[in-house]
Ligand binder design. Sequence first.
Ligand SMILES: Cc1cc2nc3c(=O)[nH]c(=O)nc-3n(C[C@H](O)[C@H](O)[C@H](O)COP(=O)(O)OP(=O)(O)OC[C@H]3O[C@@H](n4cnc5c(N)ncnc54)[C@H](O)[C@@H]3O)c2cc1C
Length: 461
Amino acid sequence: MNTPTLESSLAEIVSAKNVLTESEDIIPYSFDGTAAIKRLPRAIVFPSDAQQISEILKLARSQTPPVPVVTRGSGTGLSGGSVPVEGALVVCLAKMNRVLELDTANLTLLAEAGAVTQEIYDAADKDGLFYPPDPGSMRVSTIGGNVAENAGGLRGLKYGVTRNYVMGMEVVLADGSVCWLGNKCVKDVAGYNLRDLFIGSEGTLGIITKVLLKLLPKPAARQTLLATYAQMDAAAATVSDIIASKIIPCTLEFLDRKTIRCVEDFAHAGLPLDAEAVLLIESDGHAAAVADEAAQIEEIARKHGATSVRRARDSAAAAQLATARRSAFSALARLRPTTILEDATVPRSELAHMVRFVEGVATRHALDIATFGHFGDGNLHPTILTDERNTDEMHRVEAAMREIFDEALRVGGTITGEHGVGLAKKKFLPAQLGDASYTLLENIKRALDPDGLLNPGKIFD
Ligand SMILES: Cc1cc2nc3c(=O)[nH]c(=O)nc-3n(C[C@H](O)[C@H](O)[C@H](O)COP(=O)(O)OP(=O)(O)OC[C@H]3O[C@@H](n4cnc5c(N)ncnc54)[C@H](O)[C@@H]3O)c2cc1C
């Protein structure tokens, strides 16, 4: 009798149509949204539930040598998290994409991990409820990917990030056991908070198969404003003053001159082409509070020298501005063959300094860098427009990135505010964590995945 191959055993678990092994089928799974990193997996498998994933993990572990397993949502990650290890088995959750329950009594939503973020937002919205985290990729990214990266979004300033909305999850551990972490209780302090350990774990500790999310009542009103500046410092000062005035808008986004031009060329949203910087600001809540807040924000923006403050006249105009901001990455990506989008994050008080620092780095290394980002969160996206085939330029890119991360750390920031460490940033992590924290991280990985089966080589070696 022939010994079954890994591929034939996988087909027995999920059926042959849910296993890809031909090179033309697996190439699309050899990269994610991160520039210049590609590795071919051995096979792709599309499970339909936790039980199948459990069997897949047991099978991968039983091979000689064990086959590494890389979990994948939609592959929009920007730190190489779902880029396979060479020869790995990719477990793609794209077919586990149902919203399973909307509980209006408890304000929760239960979804399979492969559900697309936008569909979660829409399912809540239909019932007058609100799922706030809105990564720029939300039309494509999965909720499992959002949880695994602890994704942020444009509403992070007021509403926080994915972590703030995860009440529970189903996870398949490296040994194939399936566990539930968390529940619908608003308060629960039974034991260690294991649920939080898996948020932001980048597929290295377990495979998340279901997510229980907290919802909020939908805000009754919104007002979007676009403030234009002739100087970037004035935009940064506006942000500081808004926060110091105890106003927390839902959105406080920044685009620099280069990004404004690219986005306008791409999305035609009416952005001012002569501006040095713009702030996209949104206030939401009770109509009277929103009107009051918008008036105060406008006054602060003008006080700091905004050359114009425009209010979106209706929800369509507001959506157009938000879409323009969401298209920043795609718009910039048209300029050069390779787009490296970083997410160095600093305390808000250091924003103006950091934007200027990035400009200086670009000049020193003769690089094209555009910057936009979640200014209200101190989360910058310096975006390096380059060409990975140009070895000399890539050395300069590497040096520029190191300088940007070193400076972010020097002023009390972090190497990543929302995109995760993955492959792209693991060499910068020890400098941020220090020896004791780094060892603790490694020990946690060893305790949960002693054989290093899950997403090996990500976060650390
Ligand atoms: C245009 C664009 C805009 C973006 N905007 C934002 C933004 O505003 N904010 C932000 O935070 N990010 C943003 N991102 C980055 C990216 O979309 C997020 O990190 C997102 O959460 C990834 O989701 P995904 O389903 O594509 O996951 P993938 O890229 O497939 O995977 C990401 C990581 O999560 C792991 N993973 C995926 N699913 C699971 C699971 N079910 N269980 C365990 N591990 C899993 C993978 O192994 C990998 O390490 C953007 C990306 C693009 C391309």
